[in-house]
Design a protein around this ligand. Sequence first.
Ligand SMILES: Cc1cc2nc3c(=O)[nH]c(=O)nc-3n(C[C@H](O)[C@H](O)[C@H](O)COP(=O)(O)OP(=O)(O)OC[C@H]3O[C@@H](n4cnc5c(N)ncnc54)[C@H](O)[C@@H]3O)c2cc1C
Length: 512
Amino acid sequence: MSLSLESIRESKPRLFRAFSALEHGEQHLQRICELDHYWERLKRPVERVIFSGGDLSADTVISGEYDLIYAGGTLSLLHAALMAGKYGRKVMIFDRQRPAKSTRDWNISRDELLRLSTLGLLTEAEIDSVIVRRYKNGWVEFYQPDGRQKRLVMDNVLDCAVDTDKLLGLAKEKIEAVSGCDLLAGYTFLACYQFDDHIVVKMVDQHGQLLYSKARVLVDVMGILSPIAMQLNHGRPHTHLCPTVGTVASGFEDVDFDTGEILATTRSADLTPGKGRQLIWEGFPAEGTKYITYLFFYDEADSLNDKSLLSLFETYFETLPEYKRQGKNFVLHRPVYGIIPAYYHDGFDRKREVADDHIIMFGDAASLGSPLTFCGFGSMVRNLHHLTADLEQALCDNQLTKKHLEKINAYEPNVASMANLMKYMCFNNSTDEPNFVNDLMNEVMHVLDDLPHRYRQAMFRDELKIEELALVMLRVAWRYPKVLTATWEKLGVQGSFGFLKNLAGWALSPVR
Ligand SMILES: Cc1cc2nc3c(=O)[nH]c(=O)nc-3n(C[C@H](O)[C@H](O)[C@H](O)COP(=O)(O)OP(=O)(O)OC[C@H]3O[C@@H](n4cnc5c(N)ncnc54)[C@H](O)[C@@H]3O)c2cc1C
């Protein structure tokens, strides 16, 4: 599905006006349509993209040979820069857009970011050069009709705004400095062919020209749209999703440039027919006078809600004035958008397929990041050390089958358990009162406020320990007993049992 701005003039008037005034507005619209294509693909038979080597024609011309080929050019840059720079691997990255250019900006804490310097990927000075703003603190707040919501303030959580393209650009320079490595723009992944000791990747450029390259491992980093993840997970690569839209703008009248607004709601759930969603805002100061606002909601992959980014953008422009006041000098610089994936593992450990022979998935293609705190980038930073060292070991040992590669992943049992908490954030019209998500989360904020500061930090940095989560849950149940019936109604027998399995898996897991 491809649309022109003109074609949405009547149906999405606010989006039309805003994007028409933007540089590259038409291009952004195309990328949004490309992402919205995901919802259609969920309804169609799964496309086969992984073939056996015997299916490749014998006269195929192979134009390049690498240790690693990365399909997708965002988080791959961080991984590939280490594989090339630290381990001397010959890598190739291709992207159907441009590698190292993203449609989002990231937040993280400086302590987390410093791991990149410990790994030798960036110097501390380089890390500081990509941090465009640091905040004193951040807060989380959920709407209460009587205005008595608890604002939970915390520091050292998502308190650095990162210039994503600059960070990826630095990684790109490091890859380009290693001879034999290549970065290709405008190449789309079509298929791959598995042989005993290698894999051949079939790509197509924007003029329809085919290209075949060979590698020992294909790293699938195609994000939410990965056709490999779709095939290996039988058309259900995610259980939950978080459609997210927003803008980088300047000229708001009521923003505090020293504070990040990590999660904020301004009203009860949206109950429009066919929709049952609790809309949530985020607001982060960025470079200079720029300010980023996001609007998103959590939802089940197969709910009947309209989850299209296009519709959410229209809602964003309609409701933005409720969240932030636009002054006389208000200027929209660019949109930010994406679909944040989440996977609920129904079992004691990882259930999602993340590898096959000579194929491994990282980033959103693997969908092992936290669904609660926007942390696909954070997950990669936290796990980069073992995702690179373990893959290097597998290459050295020539252990590149599914059995070996699937052990190299960013699965974290604590993060997996958080997917259960996310289920409470998915508003359900048939079981929940309109302010259910806000009421529950407001109680969680009270509980966290009564506990030592580290609890809130750990909760929002995916570092909560199991006994800490148990304490938070017990206290929430004590303050807000409705959560017990809600658990039964929202999670059901299978879901409630699944939550216990996740917790047991977490309790029994070795500390990494
Ligand atoms: C608005 C927004 C804000 C966010 N903020 C944060 C944050 O503050 N902190 C944080 O930790 N995380 C954040 N995230 C999550 C984070 O952005 C993602 O986890 C991260 O971008 C995932 O990177 P990726 O490389 O796996 O996938 P993507 O970023 O989706 O990149 C995939 C790449 O693959 C390419 N591609 C797709 N299909 C093909 C194909 N067939 N052939 C070739 N190329 C293809 C795409 O063009 C794209 O460049 C945010 C997400 C959104 C949407």
